[in-house]
Design a binder for this molecule. Structure first.
Ligand code: URA
Length: 191
């Protein structure tokens, strides 16, 4: 068993926070390892809880469309969440739940060795970029930490609710592709 499979096994049996009691399936994450580009959402919704796959509901279908605009897909980037179990009624994951789960993401990132981490929405951005991150003002901006480039996009659920945000997200996706080319992400190498 490789290290990612071992981490997945550990995660699937985790009972470190109350979300374990109400989950159907743990949603660990999907994609190749290593991966130069990693997307991090906030936590599983209903469809994800039922299937064990991240971003498979309506927001997930929009995420797939967003990725395809810049020639990405589930085969060439990694997709996961801050918390691996569904918060009831799709509420935001609480700080204690995030604290209980963040070690799994840290270990995933250590194994994935990404060049770029893209936060999907404010919850992931506040956890991974800066506690006082403001998604409306700072989406699409780049910041480097410990050798990894971080940015945030509006969460696909927010883009479903408010289509007026989509042009900004289109620009952010083009910026992501430029950054990925600049830092030599394997997904954009031609040979
Ligand atoms: N929203 C998220 O943040 N993550 C998912 O996996 C699905 C919806």
């Amino acid at each position: 068993m490789d290290k990612m499979d071992a981490l997945r096994e550990k995660c699937l049996s985790c009972r470190s926070c109350p979300l374990a009691a109400t989950r159907t399936k743990v949603v660990f994450g999907v994609g190749p390892a290593p991966s130069d580009i990693v997307f991090v959402g906030e936590g599983p919704g209903q469809q994800e809880d039922l299937t064990g796959e991240p971003f498979v509901g309506a927001a997930g279908r929009l995420l797939d469309d967003m990725l395809s605009i810049i020639d990405l897909g589930r085969q060439n980037c990694y997709i996961c969440n801050i918390v691996k179990c569904r918060p009831p009624q799709n509420r935001d994951p609480m700080p204690e739940e995030q604290d209980a789960c963040i070690g799994f993401l840290q270990e995933q990132l250590a194994l994935l060795q990404p060049k770029i981490v893209v936060c999907l929405g404010r919850i992931a951005a506040m956890r991974l970029i800066r506690e006082d991150f403001r998604i409306t003002r700072e989406h699409g901006q780049w910041t480097q930490k410990d050798g990894i480039w971080y940015s945030a996009l509006y969460h696909p659920s927010a883009l479903l609710r408010d289509v007026s945000k989509r042009p900004e997200t289109f620009a952010d996706l083009l910026s992501l592709r430029s950054k990925a080319r600049e830092v030599g992400c394997i997904e954009y190498k031609t040979e």
